[in-house]
Design a protein around this ligand. Structure first.
Ligand SMILES: [Zn+2]
Ligand SMILES: [Zn+2]
Length: 294
């Protein structure tokens, strides 16, 4: 209901950040259209670690409890996820659990079906009032997670400015340009990966998009979003050997060296692929509607 430029209560700093970081990124691209290799390598590395933080720690470990992480590894990943400006763990998990529980309905946090592309892509970030922690993730309402709420603004401020240690070009590329890139390639999970035109109401809109994967860097694997919605508690998002899933490889390595445990695997290891699953779902729904019509 709000015009695009208005934030919901308490989300002023979020809107300020989004506008500010875009302005800085545009300025940076005008002044330094191409970074040198060293700056680009640092920017890609930091984005990748943040992407692994979102995908392995926030998404698979904290939101879905698909694995347990060693406490030190968990905290390092939370730091880099906030450094990527993906928010603190409690609100991320609350929003995400509501997304799964209410997917494709008007109560979904970020449904493009109900709010359109821009709502699903970015408007919900500053216009959604935030899912209640008490309702969606009481298990995370602990001092060790609450503390990240207090430090997230200083961490994001550090993230915007830290590149300056390597000069002006690094200030823009390791700061604002990296942050804008990370923001949009994670937001595509909520927007593009839930946009399947022509689906009847009531059918899961999630999709797999292969080309989004490499662009998501460390979060590559999140692009198999249809697989994920079909078996949300599985730690592995890729279902076939060619469905690259960086988060899963990281989990396997962490498990091997004793830093991850209780890893939940897929329900049906090689279940029908996404298209097959959707075809049967649409068929079941049509049969149901036909029965109703009769
Ligand atoms: Zn989804
Ligand atoms: Zn999920």
């Amino acid at each position: 209901m709000l015009p695009w430029w208005k934030h919901s209560k308490g989300n002023g700093p979020v809107l300020f950040y989004i506008v500010g970081v875009h302005l800085l990124a545009v300025m940076g691209l005008i002044l330094f259209p191409l970074p040198n290799w060293r700056v680009l390598a640092v920017a890609l590395a930091v984005t990748s670690i943040g992407g692994i933080g979102t995908s392995v720690c926030y998404h698979r470990c904290l939101a879905h409890r698909s694995l347990r992480l060693n406490r030190v590894v968990e905290n390092i990943l939370i730091f880099f996820t906030i450094f990527n400006a993906s928010g603190e763990p409690m609100s991320w998990v609350a929003n995400h659990r509501q997304h799964h529980s209410k997917a494709d309905t008007a109560e979904d946090v970020s449904s493009p079906r109900h709010g359109g592309f821009w709502w699903a892509h970015i408007r919900w970030v500053y216009q959604w009032s935030g899912s209640e922690v008490g309702r969606w993730c009481p298990d995370l309402d602990k001092r060790r997670y609450r503390v990240w709420r207090r430090v997230q603004i200083p961490i994001v401020a550090l993230s915007v400015c830290a590149g300056f240690a390597l000069g002006w070009q690094a200030f823009f590329w390791i700061g604002a340009i990296r942050l804008v890139y990370a923001l949009h390639f994670q937001m595509f999970v909520n927007s593009l990966l839930h946009m399947t035109p022509g689906l009847p109401e009531g059918v899961d809109s999630s999709r797999n998009i292969w080309w989004l994967g490499p662009l998501q860097l460390g979060a590559w694997g999140e692009n198999w979003h249809r697989n994920h919605h079909s078996d949300a508690n599985a730690a592995r998002f890729g279902r076939r050997w060619w469905q690259i899933d960086i988060g899963w490889y990281v989990i396997e390595v962490l498990k091997m060296i004793g830093l991850a445990s209780d890893v939940k695997t897929t329900r049906n290891k090689f279940s029908a692929d996404a298209r097959g699953a959707r075809a049967s779902e649409v068929a079941a729904l049509s049969a149901h509607m036909l029965k109703d019509a009769e």
